[in-house]
Every structure is written in C-alpha cells, then in structure tokens.
Design a protein around this ligand. Structure first.
Ligand SMILES: Cc1cc2nc3c(=O)[nH]c(=O)nc-3n(C[C@H](O)[C@H](O)[C@H](O)COP(=O)(O)O)c2cc1C
Length: 521
C-alpha cells in the first residue's frame, strides 16, 4: 500500500484532488452558481474577494482614501502612541480647497507660555475647563483631568485584555474610561477613573425582570470609588434606536456575573428604555440617580429630530434641574456590530448634530449648566479644535483608542475574529496583547494628542482650548464665499467658558486622575 502511494507521482495526486473538487462543484454543491458553472476556477473568485480588503488597504488605496480612518490618520495615531516621529515631510497632501476642509486661524503672535506655567512643567496637562455636576450641586462633582478620554465600549465587545490595557492607560494619562453597556468588569478596575454607562439592557444594574435597579446602582457606586459619573445611553451614532440580542451561547459565567444576567440564556436589549418613556420621566430618573449616588449623571445620544431635545431644554429651564453632561455622538460613530442601513443612514453627522443641539440649549441660556462631550472621529487635534470652538468641553474617542493599542481597522469586530485581539473574546487572539505595553501606548497617544492640541491652541493665541470661538475656525462650504467661519456656517456663537488659567484648574479639589498630588507649581 505504502509502496503504491509513493510510486504515484505528486502531480497525479494534484490531478485527482482537482477532479474531486470539480465533481463536488458540479454535482453536489448547490449554493454557488459560479462554482457550478466554472468548476475549480470559480473558487478563485471567492478567495480573491475575501482577501480584497487587505489587498486594497496594503497596496491599492491611497493615503487619504480609506474610511472610517485613512492611512495618514491611522499612521498618526500609531506613531503618537509609540512616541515615534509623527510629523509629515514636504507639506500637506490634503486638498485644502476641498469641501468641509477646516482651517484653524492662527494669531499674529501666539500665546506665550509664562516661565512658571503648568505646561512648562508638564506639556501634557490639559484638564476639562468645566466641573461635571457643579451647577446641580451634586455631592461629588468631577473635573476630568484630561480633555480626551476613552468612549463607551463594553467588556464583551472588547476583549478583557483590551479593556484592561485601556484602563491602565487612562490611569497613566489621568483620563477616564467609559464602561460601555456591558457593566463594570474587573478589567475596568485597574486604577483609572471610570464613567459607568448603561443602556436599555441595564447590564450591571439590572433587576430580575430586566428593568433598572436603583439598589444595584447604589451598591455598585458604593463599592467602586473609581466611578466618577454615570451616563444613561439613549442612543449611539452607529445604531440609534436599534435593540440587540446577546445570544445565550456567548454568556459565560464571567459575563453573566458582570452583566447581572443568567448563564446560557439569550438576553434582550430592547430598542427603548423600560425605566422611562417621556422626557419628564427621564429627568426624574437622572435626579433620583444623582440623589441616591451623589454622582453627576449625564446622557449620551445621537441626534436626529429636535422636538424632544427642545422639551428637555424647556423643562430644564422651568425646573432648574437637568443632566450634568450630554455626550453627543455623531452618525459617523463606531460600533461593535450594526446593520449597515443604521450605521450609514440613521442620525446626523457630528457637526450638524452638535450644532443643532447646542443652539437649543444656548437659546435658553443653559449651556453653562452642562458639560458637553463630543464623540465621532474627533481624536485628532485640528478636529478637536473645531469641536471646542463649537462648544464641547471634552472629547471621547473609541476607535482611535482601539488603534492606539493595536487595532488595524480590519473591520470585523462583529465576527469575534479580530486579528489584533482588541474586539474579540477569543483567548488565543487576545493573548497577543501585551497589557503593560499597550497601556503605555494609549497613555502616550493621549499625552501626544494633548500636547499637539495645546500647541495649536497657543498658535491661535489661547492658553486653553475652551477659549476657542466659532470665528477661530473656518470651513470650506463651496458657496459664493468658498470659506466661512463656523459662526456663519452653523448660525450661532458658543457661550464663552469661564476660564482663569491652568493653575486654577490644577488647584481644583474635584480634579480627577492622580494629578492633584503629582503636579504643583
Ligand atoms: C467596539 C465598539 C463598541 C462600542 N460600544 C458602545 C457602547 O456600549 N455604548 C455606546 O454608547 N457606544 C458604544 N460605541 C460607540 C463609541 O462609544 C463612540 O461613541 C463612537 O465610536 C464614536 O467615537 P469614535 O469615532 O472615536 O470611534 C462603541 C464603539 C465601538 C467601536
């Protein structure tokens, strides 16, 4: 027998194999017409199609072509995270006359750093200019010690190693991490500030019947001093109004414990909340949570219709109460998984979303009461300058944070096969993540971001980005003026944020992170 096999030459074996494949293609498989009509070679089509995205990314697409993040943007994050040279040579390769291109107007003579300034000692020092929860006199107000922070991403959509690396990273960068919808896991408790976020599934604060449990919320906050604020998710840019099912097969003992659900049973995240169904009820819930926990409470949403936002603003005006912060997510925002019809079309892009929303609160004189947080591809200093000029006080980044710890934009978060181990539950894939190294990378990305953002700010003549006004940024609009400042384009002026100086922020008793004790001028 062995003798027979060794005497038949290799090419005859190849021939036999191909004949078997051809017979299978023609007579047995019925799902692919191409394979039936073009046996053997038909397979090539499917194989080439499957490696197409990688081929285009590596060899074909130009530097500025890809979405959501092009090669230059990704390269800037990778280099910043590794503290490598993140400059470009020879000048911009952008078409600076293109529609929506933004320009930051520089001052004739920029802001000169005094010798004894916080940023002379620490070039990365850039806390939020507003205190979350100050207006509503919450028991524990919170000033984020960094204007860039990690956006909502749950343990479940991210791997344990990724969540851990991000939490250790925010600790090193004095930033905060938002838990996302999956509850507070042990991986979120590595020393960094945390914003606890919950959606319609109420994971981590869920009663037996799937409703919100105030008792669990109180216990969670009492037991975890790392939680500095609470965020109620109304919607996110990639899939507003879309519920979801977490299949029982994915609910391990660990996930069941963290999320407060039963092992092995499908769990439904409905499209809407059970705990409230109207704006007055939402406002009531916010107040109750704030009273019971002592923490600031905010909401996160993607923006579309404005009538309910107007109702919220009216109610805030008459009642004197309201959310401590509002996170505005752009329609271009990311997700672990969403139907393309939602991701591509439901909710407004960030600039239109934020401008429409801010105007409502501005008209009623409410902007000083709210800390505005923006998310939606804002993790680049010039984009952030535009966002600050429009009225944000902080930005959250999700995919940029993922890239800083090794995400290669494979765009297969929904398959559990993330090659970088970031968005997968596969033990093998996530074991590739070197947590201490990746946490350094996230911290360095945040620090480099803040340093560059401060440099742009000073070039515009300011000490802190909260001082940017709508007239400081110009955008190509392709109308008869070709380029207009933000005030003209979006039709409002931002309320000036009260700001004394960096020292004042550093001295603030509500400053988050570990900065209070580490830098004193
Ligand atoms: C993997 C992944 C998981 C996410 N999970 C949540 C979530 O649980 N809750 C939420 O409100 N947003 C979630 N988001 C949206 C982000 O928090 C963020 O709002 C959005 O991606 C825009 O920020 P970016 O452009 O910096 O990625 C998720 C995004 C990603 C990429």
């Amino acid at each position: 027998m062995i003798d027979f096999f060794t005497r038949v030459s290799w090419w005859l074996w190849v021939l036999v194999f191909l004949v078997i494949v051809a017979i299978w293609d023609i007579f047995f498989q019925r799902s692919h017409t191409i394979k039936h009509n073009f046996p053997i070679v038909g397979h090539l089509r499917y194989w080439l199609e499957s490696i197409g995205p990688e081929m285009r990314q590596y060899f074909v697409a130009n530097n500025r072509e890809e979405l959501p993040f092009n090669r230059i943007e990704r390269g800037w994050i990778y280099a910043s995270a590794k503290k490598e040279n993140n400059y470009e040579g020879f000048g911009t390769d952008r078409d600076i006359h293109a529609h929506q291109h933004i320009f930051v107007k520089n001052a004739m003579i920029g802001y000169q750093l005094p010798k004894e300034h916080q940023n002379t000692k620490n070039p990365y020092f850039l806390p939020c200019a507003k205190v979350i929860g100050a207006y509503n006199k919450r028991k524990q107000p919170f000033r984020p010690a960094s204007i860039i922070n990690v956006s909502a991403m749950s343990f479940g959509s991210l791997s344990a190693a990724a969540v851990k690396a991000m939490n250790k990273g925010v600790q090193k960068a004095n930033a905060y991490q938002n838990t996302g919808e999956g509850g507070l896991s042990p991986y979120h408790k590595q020393g960094g500030d945390v914003i606890f976020h919950f959606g319609t599934g109420y994971f981590g604060v869920r009663s037996k019947d799937g409703n919100f449990s105030m008792e669990k919320m109180k216990v969670l906050v009492d037991e975890n001093p790392c939680i500095k604020a609470i965020e109620i998710k109304l919607s996110q840019g990639a899939k507003p109004g879309k519920g979801g099912v977490l299949p029982g097969a994915k609910i391990t003992k660990e996930i069941a414990e963290i999320r407060g659900v039963e092992i092995g049973k499908d769990v439904l995240s409905p499209a809407t909340h059970k705990a409230f169904s109207s704006i007055p009820e939402l406002l009531e819930l916010i107040e109750k949570i704030a009273q019971e926990t002592g923490l600031p409470v905010g909401i996160k949403a993607a923006i579309g219709k404005l009538n309910q936002w107007e109702e919220l603003a009216d109610l805030m005006k008459t009642s004197g109460k309201g959310p401590d912060f509002i996170t505005v997510d752009g329609g271009e925002g990311g997700t672990g998984a969403a139907p393309p019809s939602f991701a591509d079309h439901v909710s407004l892009p960030w600039v239109y979303a934020f401008a429409s929303l801010y105007k409502i609160f501005k008209e009623l004189g409410l902007t000083e009461r709210i800390v505005f947080i923006g998310s939606g591809k804002l993790g680049f200093p010039a984009k952030a300058a535009m966002a600050f000029a429009m009225g944000v006080d902080c930005i959250n980044v999700a995919r940029e944070a993922m890239m800083s710890i090794g995400c290669i934009q494979a765009q297969i978060c929904h398959t559990n096969r993330c090659p970088a181990g970031v968005a997968t539950q596969s033990k093998w894939l996530q074991n590739g993540i070197n947590v201490p190294l990746k946490s350094d990378r996230l911290a360095q990305y945040f620090k480099t971001f803040r340093k560059e953002f401060l440099e742009i700010t000073r070039a515009a003549g300011y000490e802190h980005p909260c001082q940017f006004t709508m007239q400081d940024i110009q955008v190509n609009v392709d109308d008869d003026y070709l380029s207009s400042d933000l005030k003209t384009v979006y039709g409002y002026e931002k309320t000036q944020v009260p700001f004394k100086n960096m020292q004042d922020l550093s001295d603030c008793q509500y400053l988050g992170g570990a900065l209070k004790t580490t830098i004193k001028v």
